[in-house]
Ligand binder design. Structure first.
Ligand SMILES: [Ca+2]
Ligand SMILES: [Ca+2]
Ligand SMILES: [Ca+2]
Ligand SMILES: [Ca+2]
Length: 352
């Protein structure tokens, strides 16, 4: 184990030595080149135009001698109009007049972490179906940070969520792409909107970050049937209740949204024709009203089997039963009813 570490250390040191060697060679070569240039020009009558025909502008700085170490001389990037990305390493020629000498100076310019990661769109709305399956991915915007190296974007973080996480993919050019990944099924009826915060973090010291609000709107699917609050409703009705009398109003509920929650009521096939002649059911309001004669002597009770169906593309339904008990109005008193019977001579019936 220790032996292994030593070997790694040795290799690292050797690599560093090689790199240093190469660097020294480069510096030596540069020194030789500039020595030749200075010698070539020595003795010539040098004017600025002749010496630097391609230099369109000359940037001069005056530096007082014995300036304190670490003093800021100039903002070279701003003066030369350079982007931070192009600043990592620059070669400069420095001319000192009388006597004329030219120095080539290589400046290593250190980027400072003065930019925070920034999202071009700080609010993103995503529509995700309630029926989306865990593992589904949705693209999120990435942030930009004009700094370079460690000072640019390092990673992304997502606020705590039970249903979502992020996965970062790195493109061939090093750009990071962020995917929102569903980790758990959604239920619009439980939570219709998820507010998430995506944070881009850079690797600078101190760390800087930028955020974007990710608003996930859960789109409804028809996953709830209409429900009645009871399976059986019992109603007492007196016989001969006038036509139009309200028996009851059904009120099934459906937790879904829009047409997925709109309900249509109807009698099922288990409701007899006779019952359907006596009672009317409004398909939209769920109101049951009297439409025929309720006669105790004819029927002591009626049974209506009713279904509520939603208007979803794949409709779901709920069922209930309404039992109407007919109460006799004439328990103790004789009653005379005159009935006209078709195609026969009028007759008088006396019923008790
Ligand atoms: Ca930065
Ligand atoms: Ca649901
Ligand atoms: Ca529904
Ligand atoms: Ca739903």
């Amino acid at each position: 184990m220790i032996e292994e570490e030593r070997r790694v250390d040795y290799r690292r040191d050797e690599k560093r030595r090689k790199e240093n060697g190469r660097e020294e060679e480069r510096i030596e070569e540069r020194k030789r080149r500039y020595k030749r240039r200075v010698e070539d020009r020595r003795g010539e009558e040098m004017t600025k135009e002749e010496t630097w025909p391609s230099a369109l502008s000359v940037t001069r700085y005056s530096i007082a001698e014995e300036m304190e170490r670490g003093s800021v001389v100039a903002n070279l990037a701003a003066d030369l109009g350079l982007e931070p990305g192009g600043l990592a390493q620059r070669e400069l020629d420095v001319i000192i007049e009388s006597p004329l000498r030219i120095f080539n100076i290589e400046l290593g310019i250190t980027d400072i972490n003065d930019n925070a990661p920034h999202f071009r769109r700080d609010r993103v709305e995503l529509d995700v179906s309630e029926s989306a399956t865990p593992g589904e991915r949705f693209s999120l915007p990435n942030a930009v940070d004009p700094d370079v190296g460690v000072n640019t974007i390092k990673t992304y973080k997502l606020s705590v969520s039970e249903q979502f996480t992020i996965e970062i993919q790195t493109g061939s050019d090093g750009t990071q792409y962020v995917d929102l990944v569903l980790t758990q099924s959604l239920d619009r009826e439980e939570k219709a909107v998820h507010n998430l915060i995506l944070t881009a973090v850079d690797g600078g010291v101190p760390v800087r970050s930028g955020t974007a609000n990710i608003i996930v709107r859960v789109q409804d699917t028809n996953d709830n049937p209409p429900r009645f609050d009871k399976q059986i409703y019992t109603v007492n009705m007196t016989e001969n209740s006038p036509i139009g009398t309200l028996v009851m109003k059904l009120n099934a509920t459906d937790l879904d949204e829009g047409v997925n929650s709109e309900i249509v009521y109807s009698f099922t096939l288990y409701t007899s024709e006779k019952t359907q002649d006596v009672f009317a059911l409004n398909p939209n309001t769920g109101e049951i009203t009297v439409k025929g004669t309720i006669d105790y002597e004819d029927m002591k009770f009626y049974e209506m089997h009713i279904e509520a169906r939603d208007k979803g593309i794949h409709p779901l339904l709920g069922q209930c039963k309404v039992v109407v008990h007919v109460t006799d109005m004439n328990d103790n008193y004789p009653d005379i009813t005159i009935q006209s019977v078709k195609n026969t001579e009028p007759r008088l019936y006396l019923t008790m």
